[in-house]
Design a protein around this ligand. Structure first.
Ligand SMILES: [Zn+2]
Ligand SMILES: [Zn+2]
Length: 180
C-alpha cells in the first residue's frame, strides 16, 4: 500500500514538496507556479546568446545604473528583440521571457535608442531583483556553450543553434514568429 504523497497546492507542480513558494507574490503556500502568478506579467530581456547559460544558472544581472535607476531592465518582446540584435552583433541572440511582479518595477518611456530600436519604447526596471522568474528563452542562431537547466521552462529556437552543453526544459520548440 502506497501512501499518497503529501504535495503542494500548485496543480501542475511535479516537485516533491508540501508547500509551493511563489517568487512573484511571495506566497509561501501558493496554489500556482510563479509562471502563472496572477500578480505577475510577462516581460522580456534581450541579450547576446553567449551569456545565456550564466543567466539561467545565476539570474539576470541587475544594472548598477540606468535611465530609471539601478535594477533589472525589461521591455516588451519586440523591443527586447531589437536590443538582443544590437548586443549579439551577429553572434546569435536570446530573449529571456520572465514573469515579473510589475508592482515592484519602476516604469518609464525610453526615447528612441539610436541604432538599436526603431521607435521609443516602454521600459520596466525591477528594483527588488528577486521578484521575477525566468519562464522561457527564445534563441536565434548562435552557439550555446554551457548547460541550460530550466525544468518546466520553454526553449524556443529560431534559425540554426548549436548546443554544446546539457539542455533540460519543459518544452523545446521551433519559433514561427509571433508571440512567445
Ligand atoms: Zn510545488
Ligand atoms: Zn504568485
Amino acid at each position: 500500500m502506497v501512501e499518497p504523497k503529501s504535495r503542494c497546492k500548485a496543480a501542475d507542480c511535479t516537485e516533491a514538496h508540501t508547500k509551493h513558494y511563489c517568487k512573484i507574490c511571495k506566497s509561501s503556500d501558493s496554489n500556482h507556479k510563479a509562471r502563472n502568478c496572477p500578480q505577475g506579467i510577462n516581460l522580456y530581456h534581450g541579450t547576446k546568446v553567449s551569456v545565456i547559460s550564466k543567466i539561467i544558472s545565476e539570474g539576470l544581472n541587475p544594472s548598477t545604473s540606468g535611465r530609471i535607476g539601478p535594477g533589472i531592465y525589461f521591455a516588451n518582446l519586440d523591443t527586447a528583440m531589437h536590443v538582443a540584435n544590437s548586443r549579439g552583433q551577429g553572434t546569435g541572440t536570446v530573449v529571456v521571457r520572465c514573469r515579473v511582479n510589475a508592482s515592484k518595477c519602476k516604469t518609464g518611456h525610453h526615447p528612441k535608442w539610436e541604432g538599436v530600436t526603431p521607435t521609443s519604447f516602454d521600459e520596466w526596471c525591477l528594483q527588488d531583483s528577486t521578484s521575477y522568474r525566468i519562464t522561457g528563452i527564445l534563441l536565434v542562431n548562435g552557439v550555446i556553450d554551457g548547460d541550460i537547466n530550466m525544468p518546466g521552462g520553454d526553449i524556443v529556437i529560431s534559425g540554426v543553434c548549436t548546443f554544446r552543453g546539457n539542455i533540460t526544459a519543459g518544452n523545446i520548440d521551433g519559433w514561427g514568429g509571433g508571440n512567445f
